[in-house]
Design a protein around this ligand. Sequence first.
Ligand SMILES: [Zn+2]
Length: 325
Amino acid sequence: MHDWNRALRQRLLQDPARLPHALLLSGPPGIGKQSFAMAIAHRLLCATPGSDGEPCGQCQGCHWFAQGTHPDLHRIEPEVDEETGKQRPEIRIEQVRDLVDFFALTAHQRGWRMAVIAPAERLNTAAANGLLKTLEEPPPRSLLILISHHPRRLPATVRSRCQQVAMPIPSRSEALDWLAAQSVPADQAANLLDEAGGAPLLALALHGDAARSDRRARCLTALAGVRPEALLDLAAAKEFLIETHGWLRRWLHDLISQALTGQVHFFSTHHADLQRLAARADLARLFALQSRLDSDARILTHPLNATLVMEGWFMDYMDCFRVSS
Ligand SMILES: [Zn+2]
């Protein structure tokens, strides 16, 4: 678990007997929601936690937890389709049925039974409905944690039965300290953090993942150049739909911000490009593209055709700069 979440865990676990039966952890990607959920699980599954509230690391529960084989912890995420080798877009009812069966069993350690569902917004309708009975009549000493970047996409029936916890975004200095501890060079950390919208895990991923950081560089160059070939080339890489959405969204944010206030938030390294582009952009079109991106956020996990979706964005983007010519 990350330091910026420690106080929250302590608050929630002060009296485990008074924990709600279901938590919905929400917040942007890259702030440590998953590891927070696992830290709660670890603490509850430890038989003899220390006086500081940390798991002992010695008991059978801690041993199983460390091996990733604790029988009283059940995790659900979208399955990998064996034929395509890709993750399915949805969490299916069969997975939720397994979860209901799991909660019907007696805990192995006579302790807690826990389940973590992530990302919860990918529960399909049948799966979400299948969860309702467990949410309404939870067995004693059970805790279900749902994790979501987009809690409003969950059915209200599910949302209203969980205690919602908005996960904190760490302060800039906490995030930079953490990135330094992960060996991200100080001269790159601040820019990566800005580009990741303040989410330190995302900043680390940008630093460590060659494919993603290459994609980022190509995206920013193409957006700065507004050249059709480069932009349509980006659209061809279907697997980067979600990242591309993120880059374009932040880029637009900075363009609009530059046009209105003369300041940028995410891409200070590209300030000169943003100034040049903002001076010749049609602001109304930038706003229109921004709302298109907002509404397209809903289809990102199961688009009909990722390339067509991205091409649409980039055509609109190029149109933003055509007024003066
Ligand atoms: Zn333990």
